[in-house]
Design a binder for this molecule. Structure first.
Ligand SMILES: Cc1ncc(COP(=O)(O)O)c(C=O)c1O
Length: 397
């Protein structure tokens, strides 16, 4: 038990290996530049993997979402519809651009945005819809895209949890007008702690994304030429080279060191996702006959890549969520979480006027749902231990 305890409590397990180490050494030999050849290679590989025309690396999904919002023209006075169940960045990235955030309640089974509640939230000011493929499971994109199309609104899907996930056979990254990924250290693929990607099939949106990502980029007529820093500095010399920029932008550039790790991580993604799925199914099998537990629902429309394993306590479960999490952690060493507090009830969004009652489905489920660790390095013994611990806690042992 102590070994397992340590395993579940502290480590998510590294998926880095010699491949990443060798790639990094090579990058160091090339002076580890910012946003250079390895970044372009990673972007090409990632676009090909997702089956889209364009991919643009960024520093995180948070900056990627903001960039997608800028590319979509989101600004003050606009409305953006998203889900209350996500990391706060899904909403805050657009709020910080001045948009009003409107929360669309979730489907009780998938906990993704419920398209049946979406259309009535659209107004003439709605600029974008932001579904999240929560925990690695895709939102119902056909319905969401159809509603968006009817109203001339863009869809930006948050794929932070779902690289390699699929909806009706198509990969995430190819399901919306713009898609945003995270390669943060706890995600299904990682680029040295932080990182992200924006994908699209639209040339126009790609040009806007890339032209705001970095001040080292200019749009020449119809073609965007991405410039490395060296190239950008050549024509005019360092002191004046920003004079002919079309507009101001950010610096959300990824480094080559991150990108060369990302290239290796992408090669491992399918294998690591397959392991996540295998472990998740094992846990679901062990919990299926526990009446107090509702294991995660898998939509037949998609491939769930289990960034996180989520269970719901049944409504008549005699143990409260707080007690369940406390007992699991302090007596069994299994670190259960509660990803995430309803965004509209967080302080910043309360300060913007949001209140209880806006998303009754999620507000109720929030009192009953618990997220559990799952990661490729997890052993089958640990999965079994976690299932037994859950049963013990429910039995008061
Ligand atoms: C659903 C979701 N979206 C966006 C983000 C932000 O990702 P990043 O940490 O790369 O900014 C996260 C981070 O956990 C997330 O879970």
């Amino acid at each position: 038990m102590p070994e397992v305890k340590h395993h579940l409590e502290i480590k998510f397990g590294s998926t880095y290996g010699l491949e990443e180490a060798n790639a990094l050494m090579e990058c160091l030999r090339n002076n580890a530049p910012s946003c250079d050849k390895k970044v372009l290679e990673f972007e090409r590989d990632f676009a090909a993997y997702c089956g889209v025309s364009y991919a643009v690396t960024v520093t995180s999904a948070t900056t990627g979402l903001t960039l997608a919002g800028v590319a979509a023209g989101v600004g003050a006075g606009d409305e953006v519809i998203t889900t209350p169940l996500s990391w706060i960045a899904t909403a805050s990235a657009f709020a910080i651009l001045g948009a009003k955030i409107v929360f669309c309640d979730v489907d009780e089974r998938t906990l993704c945005m419920d398209p049946r509640k979406l259309e009535k939230l659209i107004t003439p000011r709605t600029k974008a819809i932001i579904p999240v493929h929560l925990y690695g499971q895709c939102a119902e994109m056909d319905e969401i895209n159809a509603i968006a199309k009817r109203h001339g609104v863009l869809v930006i899907d948050d794929c932070a949890h779902s690289p390699g996930g699929e909806y009706k056979g198509a990969k995430t990254g190819s399901l919306a007008d713009l898609s945003v990924f995270s390669f943060h250290q706890q995600k299904n693929m990682c680029t040295l702690g932080e990182g992200g990607m924006v994908t699209t099939n639209s040339r126009a949106l790609y040009e806007r994304v890339i032209s705001y990502r970095s001040l080292c980029c200019r749009v020449y007529g119809k073609s965007t030429k991405y410039l490395t820093i060296d190239e950008a500095e050549k024509p005019m010399g360092k002191r004046y080279w920003h004079l002919d920029f079309d507009h101001i932008g950010y610096n959300f550039r990824m480094t080559d060191a991150q990108a060369c790790v990302g290239i290796e991580q992408l090669k491992k993604l399918d294998r690591n996702n397959a392991r996540r799925i295998e472990l998740a199914h094992m846990l679901t099998g062990e919990l299926r006959d526990v009446p107090e537990i509702i294991p995660p629902y898998e939509s037949p429309n998609g491939k769930h890549v289990y960034h996180i394993y989520m269970i719901q306590l049944a409504r008549d479960c005699p143990v409260s969520k707080e007690d369940f999490m406390y007992e699991l952690y302090y007596h069994k060493g299994v670190k259960a979480w509660s990803h995430y507090l309803p965004i509209h009830l967080s302080k910043p969004f309360r300060d913007m006027g949001h209140r209880e009652g806006e998303c009754p489905v999620y507000e109720e489920v929030f009192n009953r749902f618990v997220t559990l660790p799952i990661f490729p390095a997890m052993t089958e013994e640990a999965v079994h231990y976690m299932a037994e611990s859950i049963k013990d806690v429910l039995a008061g042992k």
